[in-house]
Unconditional design. Structure first.
Length: 307
């Protein structure tokens, strides 16, 4: 006999047995003994019937508790606290072939579906969060980067230079600020066009990247002008770096469809130990750059805090 039959009929059979016992007592009392006083045998029959009723009622309570009340309590607790989680209902409930088993399997299936939907939602939220984070990083990168050359822009110069200046201050070392300008850039644009002019700026940016250290700051400050911040250098080292950059530009012409285009740059170099004001340092480097331009271009002019 299946469990479904046991659950459906066992309670009914117990109830029927209780009712039968009650009917048996009633028939024994009123049909078997009539109106005569109960004999000893009658009391014995009455006691047996009462005991039978108590036993059947106890069996009914235990059966209802085992087959219905306890499983329903388990299902209720699962629905309240574990629905949608990784937890599973007890195997004995899931394997039952009665109404409780069917209810258990349906509840477990609903829990799995809710969990899958939750995980799917969390994945989508995670994707959205990552996309938002990437977009924020890209916007930040766009806001601080020159789109033509890929170098930092002037807007980011002061913010990023602070960390380099702090490093030099802690080390009590010299910081060099270089202001660079592509010589006769207007003439280059007029002779070869603005597209070649843009290529020339990218060409200069690539040379600057190759000629500096990983922790140096290279900035396109505007137009054909560039700024370099070099921490932890000596006077001699800063001059060597500036000359290396100038010579690299002079000896590496820009390759174009119309042929190679030669270029030169002028550099203003400012050096100071314990540098704290980057804007003032850039201004001093620009003054040295103007001296280089006035002296004939394609050269490096240096100034320092004491000059």
């Amino acid at each position: 006999m299946s469990r479904k039959i046991s659950l459906t009929y066992s309670v009914g059979l117990l109830i029927a047995a209780v009712l039968g016992a009650v009917l048996f007592i009633c028939l024994s009392l009123f049909l078997g003994f009539g109106a005569r006083p109960l004999s000893k045998t009658g009391y014995q029959v009455l006691g047996i019937g009462a005991g039978l009723i108590v036993a059947l009622l106890l069996a009914l309570i235990l059966t209802v508790r085992r087959l219905i009340a306890h499983p329903i309590g388990t299902l209720s607790s699962f629905a309240a606290s574990h629905i949608g989680s990784d937890d599973a209902l007890p195997t004995d409930l899931l394997e039952r072939q009665d109404e409780i088993g069917e209810l258990s399997r349906n509840l477990q299936a609903a829990s799995i579906e809710i969990r899958e939907q939750r995980l799917g939602s969390e994945m989508k939220l995670g994707d959205h969060a990552r996309a938002l984070q990437n977009a924020t990083v890209q916007l930040d990168q766009i806001g601080r980067t020159d789109q033509l050359t890929g170098l930092y822009n002037r807007q980011y110069l002061k913010q990023d230079a602070l960390a380099l200046l702090a490093l030099s201050i802690r080390q009590q070392d010299v910081t060099a600020v270089l202001s660079l300008d592509l010589d006769r850039f207007k003439d280059l644009n007029d002779a070869h066009g603005h597209e070649v002019g843009d290529q020339a700026l990218v060409h200069i940016a690539q040379i600057l990247k190759r000629s500096t250290r990983p922790y140096d700051l290279v900035v396109r400050s505007g137009g054909e002008e560039f700024v370099l911040v070099l921490p932890l250098v000596t006077d001699a080292q800063s001059m060597i770096i500036a000359e290396r950059i100038r010579m690299a530009v002079e000896k590496t012409p820009l390759k174009t469809i119309g042929g190679p285009v030669s270029m030169t740059i002028s550099i203003g170099l400012y050096i100071e130990a314990g540098l704290r004001d980057i804007e003032a340092a850039v201004q001093r480097a620009n003054e040295a750059l103007a001296q280089a331009k006035a002296a004939g271009r394609n050269r490096v002019c240096k100034t320092g805090a004491g000059n």
